[in-house]
Write a protein that binds this ligand. Structure first.
Ligand code: HEM
Length: 147
């Protein structure tokens, strides 16, 4: 799988100046489509919006810099254990992110860009999930063996 990193970086440059209106839109979309995750987040999302925005821009800008990106995502994934984030939550974030990017990219949004972001998000999510899985007790991930 080859991710079109130039497309990702181009869209990162597109959203970087927009600031937290991007994350506002993202959270509104996610909480409307998936109200069940709302309770995982604080009532006041102020600080979180800025942190998530910076994180997304960092990931997209460094998409071709594996040496920086992998340890960053591993730490982020491990940090999400205490937030009760489970692997099944990642597609929820992914879908909401894709809707958000499409909204802000407007006419610049192409099927190629959608494909590049889907691949990049899935890979980032996999690194986070794997790092969390390794950091947690293995018995929580291996199926119970009934003899
Ligand atoms: C690629 C995927 C994701 C990225 C890049 C990401 C990024 C972040 C960042 C940067 C923070 C702030 C952490 C800090 O600065 O200490 C954060 C917090 C958080 N994330 Fe994620 N996250 C991702 C996926 C998820 C998923 C799938 C969930 C579950 C629905 C989730 C739930 C949370 C929660 C509950 C917080 C804490 C909010 C708060 O208490 O302020 N994240 N995330």
């Amino acid at each position: 799988m080859t991710i079109d990193t130039q497309l990702i970086k181009a869209s990162a440059a597109l959203i970087a100046p927009l600031g937290t209106q991007v994350t506002d839109y993202f959270y509104n979309t996610m909480f409307t489509d998936y109200p069940q995750v709302r309770r995982m987040f604080p009532d006041d999302m102020g600080a979180q919006k800025e942190r998530l925005f910076q994180s997304l821009v960092y990931i997209a800008s460094n998409i071709d810099n594996t040496e920086a990106l992998v340890p960053y995502l591993q730490d982020l994934g491990i940090g999400h254990i205490k937030l009760d984030t489970r692997p099944e939550h990642y597609p929820i974030v992914g879908q909401s992110l894709m809707k958000t990017l499409e909204h802000f990219a407007g006419d610049a949004w192409t099927p190629e860009m959608a494909a590049a972001w889907t691949e990049a998000y899935n890979l980032a999510a996999q690194v986070m999930v794997d790092a969390a899985a390794k950091a947690m007790a293995p018995e929580r991930f291996e199926p119970l063996k009934v003899s």
